[in-house]
Design a protein. Structure first.
Length: 218
């Protein structure tokens, strides 16, 4: 079953069952069993806080999941509302230029490129950036940044809540796609806003961090 279809059905508040795929294409869903309601899967999901520091995320998997997120954002809200920022620890780029764990990146949908946007100060570790420090061990952290000023100008005081809801939907969308590719992950609050303001353009109003998702293997 395609994760996109699962997300759409959940949005519609419909529960349906996931059958085992005999071709094996979605074998990672089998852990939940055939004829298992995805609503039940969501209700029973657990926080993953211990990741294997020797196992990477494949670059192609990461980019495809970011593209899926952008298409999802575009479908429900418009591409200009949320941006995807990343902390990258372990991504297999197949001998291309490696990512640095001391940098902040942003995914550009128009260019289909993960671009460097800021250096993390040398005196700060990723663990010190996290609201929940254990998630710094994940291979990849994606945090969703909303354009609060633009949204509140359009929607008024409901703008923040609206963006927060959208970010939560996108994070769970990425979670489902992660499962389909053999990874595990957890949605969580994200990075420390005050610290982010020190070295990024995420000032808390023009742009504000809304939610985050981390994943890898364990």
């Amino acid at each position: 079953m395609n994760p996109n279809n699962i997300v759409q059905e959940l949005i519609k508040e419909e529960c349906f069952n996931v059958w085992n795929n005999p071709s094996g294409d979605n074998s990672n869903f089998d852990a939940f069993g055939s004829l298992r309601s995805w609503r039940k899967v969501l209700d029973e999901r657990e926080s993953v806080s211990f990741f294997d520091k020797e196992k990477d995320v494949e670059y192609d998997d990461l980019v495809q999941m970011l593209i899926n997120n952008e298409k999802f954002i575009e479908q429900i809200a418009g591409t200009s509302l949320l941006e995807q920022y990343l902390l990258i620890n372990r991504v297999n780029t197949h001998n291309d230029e490696a990512f640095s764990s001391q940098k902040v990146y942003r995914y550009s949908y128009s260019q289909n490129y993960i671009q460097e946007v800021a250096d993390i100060p040398q005196h700060l570790t990723q663990e010190q950036l996290m609201l929940q420090k254990e998630f710094a061990n994940a291979a990849v952290v994606v945090f969703y940044v909303g354009k609060i000023a633009d949204r509140t100008a359009t929607c008024g005081v409901t703008g923040y809540t609206n963006l927060l809801t959208i970010a939560g939907m996108v994070a769970h969308n990425m979670w489902l796609h992660s499962l389909s590719r053999g990874y595990e992950g957890t949605v969580f609050a994200g990075l420390l806003p005050r610290t982010l303001r020190m070295f990024t353009d995420i000032d808390g109003f023009t742009k504000a961090q809304m939610f985050a998702y981390c994943f890898g293997k364990r």
